[in-house]
Design a protein around this ligand. Structure first.
Ligand code: IMP
Length: 394
């Protein structure tokens, strides 16, 4: 068994979904290992825009099976809706999607906690109940998919809801709607598996990261982080695989940087250029619709992300968005308050020699090859630069 990995090396939104979709046909399985519906992977299927929140981005490939692995937290209502939407599009999702029995549930009370407490505002979370669901998981009172087979699962959900409600006596009560209970029933239509046993029946697995390394709960700028391990360590923990089973680690990086929500962002740009990037790059959260903060590429942070993940090859996305600027900046050092930049000549398009020069300069700075570039939003808009690094088809 070998597990290759696609990870975001910034604050998410690097364009991982499209890369996973492009690589998927080389694998038997595409597996999510962390996060939940805070993710939003935008893809184009037969020209139609699809945003996947919980279903792995390999789902559009008929020969590929998709796993939601144990490290994930799922929102049953959102998952059921997503499965129904994909089925209506003719995607054979019910035959190809597998759900780890150890996956934990995001309950209405988890979303409610983000609405009634001030903490979510401070961090600028996606308000999908991610933090509270992981908090319950780590406090050993969370509810896993496999618990839905036990006779007392309804009571446990009611008890957990009451437990949290007690802390906010004046707040409006949590609504446990019929739709929620129905969604739990509908989860039974999916194939539940033991992540450990099921993965071991397959040889070639692609682990699909969500969010980005700088949002990792341990490695990121705490507390301005998400609540899961977005790094390669999260693959081992969330899919129950050993480090030796990890093969290629593809790191996806945007040619500039964006961040949604609060927290430090040393290379952040203000003013007209930021607005230009937001518009040209469509830098609006795919889950929340919020405008993303924009900035220059930050090499010291990129080196950090490459090191802690053991990244073997890079994929650089959205160089096309910067096309037309007379020059681009990249942070090469300095402090977070006073970053030091290198200014490089701009490019007219991603086939301009100046763009190739930019890619080579990055390779020289960080010592990791740029395996491929993404040149636009559509499925076919990407190019492999280093064919020698290509994985074999299964
Ligand atoms: P949470 O994951 O909803 O708890 O949000 C915590 C932080 O992670 C916030 O700054 C969010 O904006 C950010 N975040 C969560 N998911 C994503 C994502 O998929 N892309 C970008 N930022 C994200």
């Amino acid at each position: 068994m070998r597990v290759d990995v696609v990870l975001g090396l910034q604050w998410g939104d690097e364009g991982k979904g499209k890369i996973v979709d492009a690589l998927a046909e080389r694998y038997e399985v595409v597996a999510r290992f962390q996060g939940g519906p805070n993710a939003g992977h935008t893809l184009y299927h037969h020209g139609q825009k699809v945003v996947l929140h919980q279903v792995p981005a390999g789902i559009f490939h008929e020969g590929v099976r998709c796993l939601i692995g144990d490290g994930v937290v799922i929102d049953p209502e959102i998952l059921v809706q997503e499965v129904e939407g994909l089925s209506r599009m003719g995607v054979g999702v019910e035959e190809r999607l597998y759900l780890g029995r150890g996956v934990h549930l995001i309950l209405p009370v988890h979303r409610w906690l983000e609405a009634v407490s001030q903490e979510a505002d401070k961090i600028g979370t996606t308000r999908r109940g991610i933090g509270p669901a992981y908090a319950d998981r780590y406090a050993r009172r969370g509810i896993a998919v496999a618990d839905l087979e036990k006779p007392d699962y309804r009571q446990r959900i009611l008890d957990l809801t009451a437990y949290h409600q007690k802390q906010f006596p004046g707040a409006p009560p949590v609504e446990l709607s019929d739709r929620f209970w129905e969604a739990l029933e509908n989860l039974r239509r999916l194939r539940w598996v033991s992540t450990y046993e099921w993965l071991r029946q397959h040889r070639r697995i692609l682990a699909e990261g969500s969010q980005g390394t700088l949002l990792d709960v341990f490695a990121g700028s705490y507390p301005y982080v998400t609540s899961s391990h977005t790094t390669v360590a999260g693959v081992c923990a969330g899919l129950l695989v050993a480090p030796q089973e990890i093969g290629q680690v593809w790191g996806v990086v945007k040619a500039y940087a964006t961040r949604v929500g609060a927290g430090p962002f040393p290379t952040e740009i203000a003013g007209e250029l930021a607005i230009w990037l937001q518009e040209r790059g469509n830098e609006r959260g795919s889950t929340t619709g919020r405008l993303r903060r924009c900035g220059w590429l930050d090499l010291p942070l990129l080196k950090y992300a490459i090191t802690i993940n053991g990244v073997t090859a890079l994929i650089i996305t959205k160089g096309d968005i910067l096309a037309g600027l007379p020059s681009v900046k990249v942070r090469i050092g300095g402090s977070d308050d006073a970053p030091l930049y290198e200014e490089l000549p701009g490019w007219k398009s991603t086939s301009d020699p100046n763009y190739e020069a930019f890619l080579r300069w990055i390779e020289a700075q960080i010592g990791v090859p740029v395996w491929a570039i993404s040149t636009g939003p559509h499925r076919q808009d990407w190019q492999i630069r280093r064919k020698d690094l290509l994985v074999e088809k299964t």
